[in-house]
Each structure stands twice: as C-alpha cells, then as structure tokens.
Write a protein that binds this ligand. Structure first.
Ligand code: ZN
Length: 311
C-alpha cells in the first residue's frame, strides 16, 4: 500500500498534555496557546475533557475552552469524554468530535474509568443513543479510542484478537469510528502494521479513526511510518510531547507534533501546517509553562537549510 499523500495531524496537547502535568494553565493562557496552534494550520485540536474536575482539575474549564475554540474558523474542536455524562456536556458545549477512551485491558479500564468491558459497551450504546437524539448539524462525530491496544502496564501483552473483537463490538454498539492508542508506549512498527491492518479489515477502512502514539520508548515516529504503510491518515500528537497517561505509571510523552510535521512534510506528505508558525506556538506554550519539561528534536536543532516550512 502506498503512503497517503495527505495526513491529518490532530493536536491533543491541550487535553492529553495538560491533564498530565502538575501545573494548571489559566483559561487565558489556554486560549492563547490554542489560537497559536490553530494559526499554524492545525485543523483538529482536542481542547479538553469533560471529566470530573475532581479527577482532572487542570481541565475544569473545558466548556469555556470549547466555546472559545468554536470561534476559530475551520477548526474541528474535539474533546475527550469518559462517559455519558461527559458526552452530554460535550453536546451542550457544541464540540465537533468526542472521543471515548475504551481500554483493551480490562484492568486499565477499571482503574481509568472504573468500568468493565461490558459496562463500556453499555456506555458506548448510551452515548450513541444520546447522539441520535441530537439534530444532525449539532451532532458530534463519535470516536472510540481503543487505549492500551498495543500493551498495558498492568496486564502486559494485550492479545490482538481481543482488540479486534472490542473494536467490532464498539462499532456494533453505535460509535462512528474506532482509533487505536498506544497509551503506554509499548507498540513496535511490526505490531502497528499487523494490528491496524486487522482492525481495518474487521471494521472497514473508512471507520478506522487513526493512531494515538506515545514516544515512551523512542519508537513513536517509527510507528508513524508503519501506520503510513498500512494507510493510516490521521495521527494524534502533542506539542512539545507534553503529557502522557496519569493512570498508567511510567507512561510519558505523546509523539511531538513539531517532529511529526517535520517528518511528514520532509517526506512530501501534506499536513497543511506551517512548521515555522507551529514552532511559534511552542514558544507561546513555553512562555505560559516555564517550569514544565518540553520535548522534541526539531525545535532544538532548527530546520534544515533549504527546508520550506510554509505549507
Ligand atoms: Zn496520549
């Protein structure tokens, strides 16, 4: 299969990144950063999560952040929702896309959202029913993000057959699409090729949402290449590699948006993102988060001579 000529980079830093760090950004700082991200040409940003502020106080202002992001022309505003209650709040806020994390590891599911797989299928069905009652234009797209799809810090190996069966079950329960998450950075390129191919065959290529990869063990971009080889066209990434999973000990670092965009554009794959402006957004982030570690290579090394950053 030939690599896609165009890729959607979905920025998850304002959600995945900010939920995992000790500092809490003010609403004004979040708006400034999201504006800068969108200005670089990013077309989809996961701006927050409708999770109880008791669990994730850093994202307590998600409704206000969504309201702001909806004012940015052409931007698809995505949010994470842990359950029906979160989905209801997301619909009220007017989000364009919701992602429900569904752990392929049942142990992780119990720790993350306190639900068994059976209870998760009920949740998917309840959210699907809610969305059916929403008027078409206001109905968000509903992704199930299959987390720990490539392995789990509690269970270790997660069998591929189980992931395929859960993806099929989620589609049957009424979601629009299923994506795969390497929440703890266990995946390798061969596994990516195998599991993505199998899930796409099972649920249909058009309902495969994309890959959410972490760089915990340095294989993030290698795994992107493997995804491209099996036709994946949407990749999540986090500016400066901010974040990880607070519920999976030892898991840090989404793939770095700047490094991902550099690799794709250098390969001739269009992202629509201006790398110079994306690096400016990183400066905005650094200015509002002066005490958090930021990651990535392109920022440190600079762009190669002759590289055309403007998309
Ligand atoms: Zn992540």
């Amino acid at each position: 299969m030939a690599s896609p000529s165009q890729v959607l980079v979905s920025e998850v830093g304002p959600r995945d990144g900010l939920q995992s760090i000790a500092s809490t950004l003010t609403l004004a700082a979040k708006k400034k950063w999201i504006d800068a991200l969108a200005h670089s040409g990013l077309k989809e940003i996961e701006v927050g999560s409708f999770v109880s502020p008791k669990w994730v106080p850093q994202l307590a202002d998600t409704a206000e952040v969504v309201a702001h992001a909806l004012g940015i022309e052409g931007l698809k505003v995505a949010v994470l929702v842990p359950n029906l209650q979160g989905a209801t709040a997301a619909v009220q806020a007017g989000a364009h896309k919701i992602t429900l994390p569904f752990s392929a590891s049942e142990t992780h599911s119990l720790k993350n959202v306190r639900r068994t797989h059976a209870q998760m299928f009920e949740e998917v069905a309840a959210i699907a029913a809610l969305l059916h009652s929403v008027d078409g234009a206001r109905r968000p797209r509903f992704e199930v993000g299959m987390s720990t799809a490539f392995g789990c810090t509690y269970e270790g190996v997660v069998p591929a057959d189980r992931v395929v069966a859960l993806a099929e079950g989620a589609m049957r329960a009424g979601c629009d699409e299923v994506g795969l998450s390497d929440s703890v950075g266990y995946a390798n390129p061969a596994q990516i090729r195998d599991l993505v191919s199998r899930v796409k065959r099972a649920i249909g290529a058009e309902t495969f949402a994309g890959l959410h990869l972490h760089n915990t063990r340095g294989l993030g971009l290698a795994n992107v290449i493997a995804g491209l080889e099996v036709g994946v066209t949407t990749f999540d990434a986090s500016q400066a590699g901010l974040g990880g999973c607070p519920f999976a000990p030892g898991a840090t670092g989404n793939i770095v948006t700047e490094d991902l965009v550099f690799m794709l554009e250098a390969m001739g794959i269009t992202t629509g993102i201006d790398l110079g402006k994306l690096l400016n957004a990183r400066e905005v982030l650094a200015s509002v988060l002066p005490h958090e570690p930021l990651y990535g290579f392109v920022h440190a090394a600079g762009l190669p001579l002759g590289f055309d950053a403007a998309s």
